[in-house]
Structure formats: C-alpha cells, structure tokens
Design a protein around this ligand. Structure first.
Ligand SMILES: NC(=O)c1ccc[n+]([C@@H]2O[C@H](COP(=O)([O-])OP(=O)(O)OC[C@H]3O[C@@H](n4cnc5c(N)ncnc54)[C@H](OP(=O)(O)O)[C@@H]3O)[C@@H](O)[C@H]2O)c1
Length: 238
C-alpha cells in the first residue's frame, strides 16, 4: 500500500525540477497525479518519460485553464503550487524599476489564483502546499523582490491554514537546488553551482528529490498545518 493510494494530486509547475520530482514521488506512492505547466515541449517530454502521470499545459495565472483542469480532475486530495510564475530580477532595490519589483510578485498572484480555483475541489482531509525559498527569511543584497515574494507566500500559507482548517496548508522553503532554474547559466553551470556550494553548510547544492521528500511529508502527515519547512543544506546558519 502506498501512502497516497486512491488519492488525487495536482501539481502546478510539475514539468521540471521540484514539481516534477514531487509528481513522480506522489505517483510512486499510489496517487493519481495531474502535473501542469506552460510549455508544450516540457509537457510532451514529461508525458513520454512518465506515462502514468497526466501532464497538461496550464499557466498558473490563467483562471479559465485552472477551472478546466479542476473540472477535469473533480474532487481532489492534494494541491501543490510550485510554479516559478515570475521573472526573477536580482538587483539592488533602488536600481530596479517598480515594474520589475512588482513583476516578482507574479509568483504570489499565481499561487493565490491556484488557491481560489483549487480549494473548492479539495477534500477536508486534504492539503495545499506552496513553495517559497530561503531568501524569504535570509537574503543577500540584490534579492529584495525574491525575498518579499517568498515572505508573502509564507504569510499566505499561515493565513490560509487558519481559514481553511481542517484542510492543511504548508510551505516548503528550498535553498539552492540544482534544477531548471540554473539552465540559463549554460556551460558555466557546474562552476556557478560549485561556487555557491562554498557558502552552504553542507557544502553542496540540493537535489529536487530532496525537496520533494519534504513536500511529500506535509502532504501525507495529517498533523502538519501552517508549517514552513526549510530544505536548504543549513543555509540559514552563518
Ligand atoms: N531551485 C532553487 O534553487 C530554488 C530556490 C528557492 C525557491 N525555488 C522555488 O522552487 C519552485 C520550483 O522551482 P524549480 O527550482 O523546480 O525550477 P524549475 O526546474 O525551473 O521548475 C519550474 C516549473 O514551474 C513551471 N512554471 C513556471 N512558470 C509557470 C507558470 N506561469 N504557470 C505554470 N507553470 C509554470 C515550469 O514549467 P514551464 O516553463 O513549462 O511553465 C517548471 O515546470 C519555484 O517556485 C522556485 O521559485 C527554487
């Protein structure tokens, strides 16, 4: 018996990195899984590699597309919002335009949209999980927009946990994880990751599956709600 036998899981942002790793673990735990993102190519590649998961093309900001997805799934047990959902602008606050700063919050608006469309379909015994990030509570100069967005996601988690109980709402805060987020570094990716690793207590970046394990914990543990779990190799420590 898997921990998610006969349960239904929806992952928005589920075609790469942490989302895809969680979709795979949830399927292995016995769930029926729908995983969605914007890119047709990623959806096609994931469908071929993981035929037991139902991959769909959905933008987390597209209310109609989310409505169609939940009409297709019907009542569900767990929702994971993991989509990046925004451009990350890493620059000092005073050198960012207001538009750039506000743009980072598109991740947050994606999660609120997912919550509004998905919660009516969630079972009382179910869960909603979001993904923030270490900068929400420990950031370096140049990370103000990412930090504020992450804090907002963590605040939304606690507020919804209060309002939606007994539905459980939790957030996972990853540190630096080797995912598609680093694709833009191209050939210099290994060097960039190695340099970053020097500042992490455990001396390495994390893997998507290590974060997915924590997401599976909050999905399946019936006594966890309003919680933030850091999966960051000790990055919160100096
Ligand atoms: N990796 C890290 O070091 C790290 C650190 C802290 C926090 N995080 C957070 O972890 C989450 C997952 O990131 P990841 O590292 O796994 O990155 P990733 O490998 O790039 O995966 C991001 C996923 O989100 C999807 N996505 C992006 N925008 C979307 C949208 N508007 N609507 C629907 N899907 C969308 C992407 O697919 P499409 O492009 O096809 O839409 C992809 O499936 C993000 O929220 C990120 O901010 C990551």
């Amino acid at each position: 018996m898997g921990k998610l036998d006969k349960q239904k899981v929806v992952v928005i942002g589920g075609t790469s990195g942490i989302g895809l790793a969680t979709a795979i673990l949830a399927r292995e735990a016995g769930a029926t899984v729908w995983a969605a993102s914007r890119s047709e190519d990623k959806v096609a590649a994931c469908s071929t590699a993981n035929p037991e998961i139902d991959f769909m093309q959905v933008d987390i900001h597209d209310t109609d597309a989310l409505k169609s997805l939940f009409e297709k799934t019907g009542p569900i047990d767990h929702i994971l919002g993991v989509a990046t959902g925004a451009e990350r602008v890493m620059a000092p606050f005073m050198t960012q335009t207001d538009e750039e700063f506000r743009g980072a919050f598109n991740k947050f608006w994606g999660y609120t949209n997912l919550a509004r469309q998905g919660i009516p379909f969630l079972a009382d015994s179910g869960s909603l999980t979001f993904v923030s990030g270490t900068p929400a509570r420990k950031c370096n100069p140049g990370m103000s927009s990412v930090s504020c967005t992450g804090s907002a996601v963590e605040g939304l988690t606690r507020a919804l946990a209060l309002e939606l109980t007994p539905i459980r709402v939790n957030v996972i805060a990853p540190g630096l994880i080797d995912t598609g987020m680093f694709d833009s570094f191209g050939d210099s990716r290994p060097e960039v990751l190695e340099n970053i690793s020097k500042n992490i207590l455990l001396g390495r970046v994390g893997q998507a599956a290590e974060v997915a394990e924590a997401i599976m914990l909050v999905m399946t543990n019936p006594y966890m709600t309003g919680t933030t779990i850091d999966v960051d190799g000790g990055a919160m420590l100096p």
